[in-house]
Each structure stands twice: as C-alpha cells, then as structure tokens.
Design a binder for this molecule. Structure first.
Ligand code: NOJ
Length: 526
C-alpha cells in the first residue's frame, strides 16, 4: 500500500461546468456536493477542483482576488467546508487549485502595488521602467498573445503578466510574497483540504536581470509569436526549485497532504521538480509533477512505448509516476484519438504505473463541442482569434441525463451542452454495460482490486505492428496489457491467462496468441 496520492486516481472537476444547483447556468459547490455519488460509483479517490476562490473571472478563476475565500458564484466557505466533510466521509480526498504565479489585477495587493512607486507593496509584483526608447522593458510575451507587459500610466512603469493584463505576476523573489503564500496554504490545510494542484509552478520565478528571450531556431515560421521564442528567462529558472521546496515544507507539517505541479517541460527537466539534486537526492518538491506527455505526443504505439520507457528511466529513485489524458486546457481525448480509440486510451491511463488524472466527462467519451463565436468565453481564444487557442470546447457542461438542461442546470448553461447530450449522458451510460462509463467503472474497480496494477513494476514495454504491450508485476501476480492502436485486427502472442478486462466486452481465457479486433485492448492475468 502506498500513499493515497500514489494508489488513488484523481478526478478533475471544472467547477463552472459540473453541476449547477441554483439555475444560474454556472456550476457550483452545492452542485458538486449533490453529485458525489457519481464519483463514488465511478471509483476515483480524489477530487481536484479548478479554482473556486473569489475572482473577476477574467480567466475563469485563474485570476484570484482573494486567496482565502470562495467566489459567490460557487457558494460560500461553509459550502466548501461541507464539501470537504462530505468527501472525507466517503473516503474521497479534496485537492484545490492554487494560483500563486499571478493574482487578479483587482486583488488588494495589486491595487496597493499600483498606487505608486513608493507603495509598500510595489515590490510584490514585477514593475519595470520603459526601455530607453520609451518602449517595452524587454521582449517577453504573454502566453495568451501580445506583450507580457502593460503600462501603468499613473507611475509610468510597466508590470509583468505572463497571461492576461488582468493577471499580474507576483514577485516570488520577495520574501513577503512567499510568506503570504505560505499563510494561504495553511489557511486551506487547516480547513482539511488534502492538497493543491499548483498552477504554472514552473513559471514562478523570472530572470533577475529581465534579459530578452532568444528566438527558437526550431520554431515553424508560421508559429504564433509566443511559440517562436525560447522561454529561457521566463520559465524553469533554477531558483524556482527552492520556492517549491518552501511550499512543500509548509505542506509537510500536515499529515497526508499532496502537491501536484502543473509543468509543461521535456522529461529530463520535468523530473527535477520532484526535488533534490545529485548531491542531495531527497524528494522535497512536488509529490507529482504533472506528466502531460500523453496529451502532447502522437497517438502511436511506438511513440507511446518510447514515452513510457523514457519517462520510467528518467524518474529519480523513489519518485512516483503519474499520467494525464485530459484537462481544461487541451483538446479532449475522444476528439484527439476518436471514439473507439478513446476506450484504448482509458485502458492505457488506468493500467500504467503511476497516479492517473481523469478529466470530468472523459469517462463518458465526451468530445470537444463546437462553440459558436457569439458564445465564445475563453480569453485565450478571444485574444488571438482564428488560431484555435480557445478552450471553451473542452469545458462544456457535464451531461447528467437526457433532460433539456442535461441535469446540469435548470437555466441557460454558460457554455452550450454537447449536441449529443440526449444520448451521451451519465444516466444513459449508467444503464448500458457496454458504455464508456461502464468501461471506466470496470477498469477502476479492477485497478483497485489488483495490486499489480497499483503497486506493480512495469516491464516489457514494447510496440509491434501498432500494438502496445507491457506487463505489471507484483508479488501478488502479473498482468499483461495489450492495446491495439490501429483500426484493423492484430494477432499477438500472449502467455496462458485469464482476461480481466477488455475494451470490447469479451472475457474468457487466452493461451499462446490472441486476435485483437480494431481498437481493442485487453488486460490479461498470467
Ligand atoms: C494554467 C491553467 O491550467 C490555465 O487554465 C490558466 O489559464 C493558466 N494557467 C493561467 O493561470
């Protein structure tokens, strides 16, 4: 048995889109509370909520104006306390999103900082004089397009924002900021929250000299300007590791708490966020630095075999792996790989070694929803139209049943429902043993009951002719996973064993070889 964040499965909820209890079209905490049965029946272990703190919602909660509250749109602190208690009563853990890199421009800290060059909080954010020619302080760009600097006419200085101008970056080199953030952690930990998913943790610290980022020589000429720069001075700075270790020390005062960091980096740099270094190998940073490779790599058996082998080989001693198939920022897995192959993807996610994170709706095979331009909401898409950067398509409401509001809301949903919500919904799939939901429940139950799938070593990772295979072995037994990534049948060799799970609902035993149908996956106990 490992820690809960090792043996368990994390389920991400985008609170605006899960369940609306008051008919305003936006999901809320009371809605989530009323739907906990779904998580219990599904068989996940922890619930991660995207931000619920007070926010002007310029980036739907990723612009926090009070780190120690709950936005009225979502409910009250008392609702959050009730949710924590209800989760714990069911053996579920609750993980909050923490957004420490930037606040809202309406946060009292920023209002104060902006008052003038002499404000005591001036140095809580990153202010710079214009360049000698009066222009921008340097060439840094916002992830959401345009310069990362906005001029404050009052003081004649620019402030830095890695995202929207409404999301000024905090100065993590200022000990007062660090201390304030540690207090915020304690505030939530004292309320019983089990951990944090930390937003853009690899961006926390910026170059002390504010040097220009160099161009990326490998970027395609038609890439957006942001992608044509190397984030040499704006991401993954060496000092970030000490900042994260500081957060971890606060967490470690409390028993059984967990920190998972959002980090988009190549594997060799990603695994450094477990902490320690060659001289001091302690794992003193993120319990789990999110491993997004399955979101980003080509969907191909050979590619994924290499991804698994390289990731496993790169993990520092004692580090626990993790895998992600979907989140609120990236296209949904069913749209990326297709409805049939999404079943194989689910089997992959839930049988790899390490903690899986499952994105709400993916257990139904929900696809990206085409949101008409007049209903577009996401600022990332609205700032650079036509580039497909909007994330609305992956944030549409959870379809619970076949009713007009899909059981999500009695009002007008803030984003359109999936057009197939009358057939693709929880109630409908609940009744269908062949549904994507039923497959997820079976895989999660199997995982829970099979020590080899939770704690077992992974080995024999190989791909041949479009079939990915690997074994999971443990003192209690050995299983073999066979996944057909292709749209045609494949015969593969396999020892004698019993089928424990199948994407296409077969059972029985195998011996010597097995014929996988198109897009079929099997878990076999040898
Ligand atoms: C990463 C979050 O996942 C994304 O949704 C958000 O827009 C940015 N960080 C900025 O906080």
């Amino acid at each position: 048995m490992g820690e809960w964040w090792q043996d368990g499965v994390i389920y991400q909820v985008y609170p605006r889109s899960f369940a609306d209890s008051d008919g305003d079209g936006v999901g809320d905490l009371a809605g989530i509370l009323a739907r906990l049965d779904h998580l219990t029946a599904l068989g996940v272990d922890a619930l991660w909520l995207s931000p619920i703190q007070p926010s002007p919602m310029a980036d739907f909660g990723y612009d926090v104006s009070d780190y120690c509250g709950v936005d009225p749109l979502f409910g009250t602190l008392a609702d959050l306390d009730r949710l924590v208690a209800a989760c714990h009563a069911r053996g579920l853990r609750l993980v909050l999103d923490l957004v420490p890199n930037h606040s809202s421009d309406r946060h009292p800290w920023f209002l104060d900082s902006r008052r003038g060059r002499d404000s005591p909080r001036r140095d809580w954010y990153l202010w710079r004089d214009p360049a000698p020619d009066g222009g921008l302080p340097n060439n840094w760009l916002s992830h959401f397009g345009g310069p990362a600097w906005t001029l404050d006419p009052g003081s004649g200085q620019y402030y830095l924002h890695s995202f929207l101008p409404q999301q000024p970056d905090l100065n993590w080199r200022n000990p007062a900021v660090v201390a304030a953030m540690h207090d915020i952690l304690r505030f939530w930990l004292d309320r019983g929250v089990d951990g944090f998913r930390v937003d853009v943790i690899w961006l926390l610290i910026k170059d002390a000299l504010f040097r220009d980022n160099p161009p990326d020589p490998d970027a395609p000429a038609d890439a957006r300007p942001f992608a044509r720069q190397l984030a040499l001075h704006t991401a993954d700075q060496p000092e970030t590791h000490a900042a994260i270790a500081g957060l971890r020390r606060v967490l470690d005062v409390y028993p059984e708490r967990m920190m998972v960091g959002e980090i988009y980096l190549p594997v060799d740099r990603l695994v450094r966020y477990y902490g320690g270094n060659a001289a001091a190998p302690g794992l003193d940073e993120c319990h789990l630095p999110f491993n997004f490779q399955l979101l980003l790599c080509a969907w191909d058996a050979d590619v994924i075999a290499a991804v698994i082998r390289d990731y496993e080989a790169a993990l520092p001693p004692g580090a626990w792996p993790n895998w992600v198939l979907g989140n609120h920022d990236r296209p949904r897995v069913a749209s990326r790989v297709g409805a049939m192959q999404a079943r194989v993807a689910a089997m992959l996610l839930l049988t790899l070694r390490g903690t899986p994170t499952l994105y709400y709706g993916d257990e139904l095979g929900l696809e990206d929803v085409a949101v008409p331009p007049e209903r577009a909401q996401d600022p990332a898409g609205l700032r650079e139209p036509g580039r497909g950067l909007g994330r609305d398509a992956v944030r549409t409401p959870m379809p619970w049943d076949a009713s007009a509001g899909a059981g999500f809301t009695a009002g007008e949903p803030w984003l359109p429902l999936n057009p197939d919500h009358a057939t693709r919904n929880v109630a409908g799939q609940d009744a269908d043993p062949h549904s994507m939901l039923a497959l997820h429940r079976r895989l999660l139950a199997l995982r829970r009951a099979t020590p080899a799938l939770v704690q077992g070593a992974i080995g024999d990772v190989a791909a041949e002719d479009g079939v990915l295979r690997y074994s999971r072995s443990h003192a209690g037994g050995r299983v073999e996973v066979l996944l057909n990534f292709t749209a045609t049948g494949r015969s593969v060799a396999v020892g004698a064993g019993t089928i424990l799970a199948a994407t296409a609902g077969r059972d029985g035993s195998v011996a010597g070889s097995v014929r996988l149908s198109a897009h079929e996956g099997l878990v076999v106990a040898l």
